[in-house]
Design a protein around this ligand. Structure first.
Ligand code: NA7
Length: 552
């Protein structure tokens, strides 16, 4: 084994991913802290999940007035959202507008996938390798790889034999797909399918949906934003953002009317009807104990099932669409535009693969039991290896060469969803164990970026060159996250929140359910107390030398 001396570009911070988190990190750390920041991004453009998820009907499920950055008033005053829930092209334009406004592009290297990151204990730095051969070294490594960034594709038998086109909603062709005159099969009925099926049905000759688990979905009540509404929002943004910061989900929501059985049914019913017509996620928070009491949950669930039966003409199809496998809200609630109505179309067929799974693909299509369904195109709306997928695809080597995959063999473990024991100087923006997946993720991103910036400022002021979550703090947090989840109905569902959608993935509830507001308070308090739960050291070599000896 020989060794060579290579010059590796050295930065203060290397960031992985140029979605909303990566964009804000560059601005915050470069412009407010004066740090040298380098971002590596796998995609050919910025925007993260909004760069890849270009399927028809893709849009955010939190109102755009909130699903947007709050840290810069000029940005929120300048940008005009056109719809209550902006469509994907508009969100991607917004990400690009923000990137230009903040002039961050020069810090971002596109088309570059980070493959490996190794911590060097002598210098308290990370060395990052990429698939293009470019390397970088930095004191701090920050993953901004997103929660839903690695599409999950089930291994159906004989998939390669299919002669038509196969698409995944999470990796949609940039030029779009024209299904006119085509026979199309869709596998999956999660949020992506629910958003895209009504639009694909309008175009395709025939659309066949393969449903394993019926999903609860409620009307998005999406609509254009009027000029007057836009002006009013812009005038009150300061207060709206402040209120959203103090909310559990990072958006303003209608309050529950009370607990099940404690409020007159007439009132509960009336409120469910009102929210069904226009408040999106609000339908599941009419009852304060909806996610803790199965009786309360059954009441809300049945309300939605009744709606399905009112909308869908064919009682047999309505029956199949009725979700019965999990309590409403314990898998991600979908918001839709005309989803259930779509099953009244003559060219749309629903096939349940709950009891008889898809057996295999064939050259002509999909085989289920004795039936072969013939297609020109198949759409996989089969979701993501959520929260941990993107991180586990990179070989992180921490203290003593231990990999993140090893550290997470029994399930993701982190301190606050921000740091992992054994991986010093490494931050995970919206990592597993924080509230992000249950919130307006942009609010969670802003919180993490600002908290990380404060922590780095603190460390630099104190001369600290190395931080690391302590084993005790991490164990206590992991237990707290699990204990909180166990008090609810969440763990009863086979959801991606639990890692249950990826075969072989350990079942661990991946989110802190205590709410973003409480989580923020906790993070602020432990920071004020000197970053409780983190160990610090100050003996790393100064980050001046660009020479590093690497094995060859
Ligand atoms: P989801 O919500 O994970 O949905 C994936 C869908 O694919 C779901 O209906 C799955 O059924 C189905 N699926 C997965 N594997 C199979 C197989 N082997 N056979 C049949 N059906 C299958 O992903 P989305 O992309 O829709 O949404 C992800 C998030 O994006 C969403 O929660 C929002 O936060 C935005 P299952 O339910 O597992 O039985």
């Amino acid at each position: 084994m020989s060794s060579t001396t290579e010059t590796i570009p050295t930065y203060d911070v290397v960031v992985i991913g140029a979605g909303f988190a990566g964009i804000y990190l560059v601005h915050k750390l470069r412009d407010d802290l004066g740090l040298d920041v380098k971002v590596f991004e796998r995609g050919g453009g910025i925007g993260g999940t909004w760069y890849w998820n270009r399927y028809p009907g893709a849009r955010c499920d939190f109102e755009s007035d909130y699903y947007s950055f709050s840290f810069n008033d000029e940005i929120q005053q300048e940008w005009d959202w056109t719809e209550r829930y902006a469509p994907q092209p508009e969100i991607l334009r917004y990400a690009n507008y923000v990137a230009d406004k903040l002039d961050v592009r020069g810090n971002i290297e596109l088309n570059t996938t980070v493959t490996r990151a190794v911590f060097d204990e002598a210098s308290d730095t990370w060395t990052v390798s990429t698939d293009t051969g470019v390397s970088a070294r930095a004191r701090y490594l920050i993953s901004a790889t997103g929660i839903l960034s690695v599409p999950s594709t089930p291994k159906f038998a004989d998939m390669d034999s299919f002669k038509g086109e196969i698409y995944h909603t999470g990796d949609w062709p940039h030029e779009g797909v024209d299904f006119t005159g085509k026979r199309v099969g869709v596998i999956g009925t999660g949020s992506s399918a629910i958003q895209s099926i009504p639009l694909m049905a309008e175009q395709a000759d025939q659309l066949t949906v393969f449903q394993r688990t019926a999903t609860f979905t409620v009307p998005a009540a999406n609509r254009p934003i009027t000029e007057n509404e836009r002006k009013a929002t812009k005038r009150s943004y300061k207060q709206l953002r402040e209120q959203a910061r103090r909310a559990g989900t990072g958006v303003l929501v209608d309050q529950p009317v009370g607990a099940f059985g404690e409020v007159e049914e007439r009132i509960v019913r009336g409120e469910l009807e009102r929210r069904w017509r226009g408040t999106g996620f609000g339908t599941t928070s009419v009852l304060s104990d909806n996610l803790r009491s199965i009786e309360a949950n059954n009441y809300t669930s049945q309300f939605v099932r009744d709606k399905i039966n009112e909308i869908v003409d064919d009682p047999a199809v309505a029956k199949l669409l009725e979700p019965h496998d999990y309590p409403i809200g314990t898998k991600r609630l979908a918001l839709d535009t005309n989803y259930y109505d779509t099953y009244n179309r003559e060219n749309v067929k629903l096939v349940s693969v709950r009891d008889t799974p898809i057996e295999r693909f064939s050259p002509a299509g999909i085989v289920v039991g004795d039936t072969e369904y013939e297609f020109d195109a198949i759409v996989l709306a089969t979701g993501f290896d959520a929260a941990t997928g993107a991180l586990e695809r990179i070989q992180f080597e921490g203290v003593d060469g231990r990999t993140l995959t090893d550290a997470w063999a029994e399930g993701a473990k982190s301190y606050l969803g921000l740091a992992v024991e054994g991986f010093p100087n490494f931050f995970t923006v919206t990592g597993p164990g924080c509230p992000a997946i249950l919130t307006n993720v942009i609010a969670s991103i802003e919180h993490h970026v600002e908290w990380i910036a404060d922590y780095i400022t603190y460390m630099r002021a104190e001369g600290i060159t190395r931080f690391e979550a302590t084993p005790d703090a991490q164990a206590e947090w992991v237990k707290h996250v699990a204990d909180m989840a166990a008090m609810t109905l969440y763990p009863t569902a086979a959801s991606w929140y639990m890692g249950a959608n990826v075969p072989g993935k350990p079942r661990v509830f991946l989110a802190y359910i205590g709410g973003l507001h409480n989580y923020r308070d906790r993070c602020d308090q432990l920071a004020a107390d000197g970053y409780v739960g983190f160990a610090h050291a100050s003996d790393g070599a100064p980050l001046k030398s660009e020479q590093l000896t690497v094995g060859a």
